[in-house]
Design a protein. Structure first.
Lengths: 308, 260
């Protein structure tokens, strides 16, 4: 039996279901290169904004027992230079790229969409859920069912690429927000963004460890939350889910597939297992398939959907 | 991530008007070429090369260049700062005839390297270069080591007149070196690469870093995506030769390309 990780996502054939998520490594085209060299099937840019952003001052990352807190603060070279990096990557590679964008108004999301339309990106991701720019922009747009619907709908009308809406886990009713994105025409959902946010304190200097004080949680501690929210959402919508949150080993990725994800993001695990993590997880998924007699990812069963 | 630890500054030495060495009583277990991340929790966390490291203490040597280092320069012995590391790749430890080429505030890392190389019995020649006398550092530290030191300044105010690379070119032609190490401004290292011939080498690079653990992508180098905080900051000849950005551009905190 010929086993393969080859699968399809929104019409694109990919060699691995593993995705480099927004904000991880993908600042420059070289960041995409090192990720695909090591087995990623799709790569995502930093969330690009109209103007360059230097992000928060450091420390922007802090480790604790269960994972990391981070508050990068949406650092990115801006939409124009960011798309140059994507285009440069696409000159040498046919691996699909998700252009992630962030704005705070429909008007700016539309401007960003026009830029992405003219690039070599394959998908457009609407980051409606960055938890780390509260002081600047307030509650993430993805907290509001109406905002998610309004922005997704407007972007869908002009986007020439499939649109992926990135959702926050930090909401009371994820299903209604996922459904808002779906009914507005979103082609897929990306979930979950980081959890919390939370904080850590240096007890000698009596200071928050992160200069931004608060930062989103990622890593193994968020996996159960991610699985639960993906499963609930999968049960309620009919569009594919790019699932992520704490995936570190093949076992975690398979759990994501069973919860309803079609493809799986791997971010923080790059620290725990090295940049080789994509290839490692690919092999672990292959081993699982061999042990259980699955010839393709599609044969891996999904949980029975929740009854709504 | 190496565990964050908050430490008191144990000793401060003024090297020049704008360069200080800070020493901490802590068993860091670092290797030459590696770096730590340091913060005062007042905004900013920056990478610093380790200029000395023994069983129970380590030092960093810092040049005052911006807000962050200006605040650091106001600190006194006994004040706290928080560090994590050591991170990154380290220098290959040769036991042969080696040439160390250093420029400005990047020279002190060679103090740590030279001590480790001496333990293996390497025959060391160091070119300690700076623009001018006031920028020249670690003269006394190197005098205390059993190595050949050639001091140079671009303007001739201390040691030989000329750039470190000009001196390197001369002595590479004369001596039979087995290995070259460089730590200094990127354009110095680029110029050195052009005069180094077929010699094996390692260069210590500097790029904007944020997470220092290989996740954020701020310090990936084109085109292969070497993450300077993990696969660097010391890069081998094989890796340096593949860099397309070497001596051409680096990236700022937003990821925008900045020409040298």
């Amino acid at each position: 039996m010929q086993k393969s990780l080859k699968t399809k996502f929104l019409g694109h054939t990919i060699n691995s279901p593993l995705v480099l998520p927004a904000g991880v490594i993908g600042m420059a085209f070289s960041g995409f290169n090192i990720s695909i060299e090591n087995g990623a099937g799709i790569v995502t840019s930093k969330s690009l904004t109209m103007k360059p952003r230097t992000g928060h001052r450091g420390p922007i990352i802090a480790e604790f027992e269960g994972g990391f807190l981070n508050c990068m603060g949406l650092c990115n070279p801006g939409i124009v230079d960011g798309l140059v990096e994507i285009d440069q990557f696409k000159k040498r590679s046919n691996i699909p790229v998700i252009a992630s964008v962030f704005a705070t108004s429909t008007k700016d999301f539309l401007k960003l969409t026009k830029h992405v339309n003219n690039s070599k990106a394959d998908f457009l991701e609407l980051n409606l859920s960055c938890p780390n720019v509260f002081d600047e922009f307030g509650i993430p747009l993805s907290a509001s069912h109406d905002e998610v619907y309004k922005i997704t709908k407007a972007v869908k009308q002009i986007s020439t690429l499939p649109v992926i809406t990135k959702l926050s886990p930090n909401v009371y009713d994820i299903v209604s927000i996922a459904k808002a994105a779906e009914s507005a025409g979103s082609d897929a959902l990306c979930m979950i963004n980081t959890v919390g946010p939370g904080m850590l304190i240096d007890t000698k200097m009596i200071k928050p460890v992160l200069f931004n004080k608060f930062g989103g949680l990622s890593g193994p501690c968020v996996k159960p939350i991610a699985l639960k929210l993906i499963y609930q959402t999968y049960s309620a919508v009919n569009i594919p889910i790019l699932g992520m949150g704490g995936v570190t080993y093949g076992e975690d990725a398979i759990g994501m597939l069973m919860a309803g994800a079609e493809v799986i993001g791997v971010g923080t695990a790059v620290h725990y297992r090295g940049i080789e993590v994509f290839n490692k997880i690919n092999s672990e998924i292959m081993e699982f398939m061999a042990e259980n007699g699955y010839a393709s990812l599609q044969e891996i069963p999904k949980l029975e959907k929740l009854k709504m | 991530m190496e565990k964050r630890i908050t430490l008191k500054i144990a000793k401060i030495v003024d090297e020049t008007r704008d360069i200080k060495t800070f020493t901490f009583n802590h068993s860091l277990g670092a290797k030459p070429g590696q770096f730590i991340m340091l913060t005062d929790f007042e905004g900013g966390e920056k990478p610093f090369s380790i200029s000395d490291c023994s069983k129970n203490e380590f030092s960093i040597t810092v040049k005052r260049i911006g807000d962050f280092t200006t605040r650091l320069f106001q600190k006194c012995v006994g004040d706290y700062v928080s560090i994590r590391g050591a991170y990154g790749s380290s220098f290959f430890v040769s036991n042969k005839k080696v040439l160390l080429v250093g420029g400005g505030y990047a020279v002190p890392t060679f103090n740590f390297l030279a001590k480790v190389l001496l333990e293996t019995g390497a025959d060391i020649t160091l070119i300690n270069g700076a623009c001018t006398r006031a920028e020249h550092v670690f003269d006394n530290s190197f005098k205390n080591l059993n190595i050949n030191v050639i001091n140079t300044t671009d303007d001739g105010t201390l040691g030989e007149a000329g750039t470190a690379v000009e001196i390197a070119q001369k002595i590479i032609a004369q001596g039979k070196f087995d290995f070259v190490y460089a730590s200094g401004p990127e354009l110095m290292m680029k110029a050195l690469q052009n005069v180094i011939g077929d010699l094996e080498y390692e260069f210590l690079f500097e790029r904007y870093m944020k997470c220092a653990v290989g996740i954020c992508g701020s310090c990936t180098m084109d085109p292969s995506g070497i993450r300077l905080c993990v696969e660097g900051p010391v890069l081998s000849k094989r890796k340096v030769e593949k860099l397309t950005e070497f001596g051409k551009y680096h990236r700022d905190a937003s990821g925008k390309r900045i020409k040298f």
